[in-house]
Design a protein around this ligand. Structure first.
Ligand SMILES: [Zn+2]
Length: 89
């Protein structure tokens, strides 16, 4: 069994961590191939799934509230807290 090709693997053959993959995805710098791979990975990797959906939720909420301004850190912390409370149990 050969593992599926991982488009995140760098030229030097180093396997990226979940955090490094997330960073590319969240920054919008991932290629279509990488995005596809990550979606499959996310189905099996709960930490990635949680971080990804948390970030997507925050971005959505922030777009509702303001378009250009950087959200205050306090607001982001509040949202994170609410989401983590919702996920608990
Ligand atoms: Zn992961």
């Amino acid at each position: 069994m050969t593992p599926p090709h991982n488009p995140f693997i760098l030229a030097d053959g180093k396997k990226p961590t979940c955090m490094e993959m997330l960073q590319l995805i969240l920054d919008g710098e991932a290629t279509a191939e990488q995005q596809h791979y990550f979606k499959v990975h996310m189905d099996k990797c709960m930490p990635c799934f949680k971080t990804y959906s948390l970030d997507a939720t925050i971005k959505e909420l922030l777009q509702d509230k303001c378009c250009k301004d950087v959200a205050p850190a306090e607001l982001i912390e509040q949202i994170k807290l609410q989401i983590s409370q919702n996920q608990a149990g």
